[in-house]
Design a protein around this ligand. Sequence first.
Ligand SMILES: N[C@@H](CCC(=O)N[C@@H](CS)C(=O)NCC(=O)O)C(=O)O
Length: 205
Amino acid sequence: MKLYDSRRAPNPRRVRWFMAEKGIEDVEIVEVDIFAGQHRTPDYLARTCLPNVPALEMDDGTTITESVAICRYLESVYPEPNLFGVDPREVAIIEMWARRAEMLVATPLMLTVRHSHPALAAIETQIPEVAASNRAAAEKGIRVLDRRLAESPFIAGDRVTIADILAVTGIDFARMARFRPDPELAHVKRWLDEMNARPAAKAGV
Ligand SMILES: N[C@@H](CCC(=O)N[C@@H](CS)C(=O)NCC(=O)O)C(=O)O
């Protein structure tokens, strides 16, 4: 298998972190320079349909994009350690928190960076108001996480799951917009320190 990756981009980092948690080492990493437009070549688009990284090319040549779909596929091929849930109840809880992590925190933070960082003007028509409104939305979303983390060691329960990976990679990327969670959110701080101390946090960064 091949992972089409872009080292500094947050969505590919989700997959690298996920693979590191599972100890997956037999996926070839292919670096795609999105600032040079390598994800927009006819060859790349013929395989992915969308100009996005990450993309995973399976052994039979089937190629998928969408970081969470890629992680789900990898979970099927490499089931341990489990990061998506082991029974219907847990699968539903992890899915709920993964969607919240993505919609309330990670996506708003990515849009904050895309619409404010000078380097990203190369790939985005930047609108300052979009950056500001998404920053405010993410601040609210992180408060939701803080309430959850007051009662739970990790976002979806008592172990690391895909939900934690989605949230932490989004928050980390937002450093590019000088965004840090309010330090008074003690539960988020405790969780971030634990997540960033994991060996998988260093996967490909
Ligand atoms: N929903 C997709 C988003 C993928 C995405 O937006 N990737 C960014 C990098 S983080 C990208 O390919 N950007 C290239 C561009 O916007 O031209 C996923 O989860 O993989």
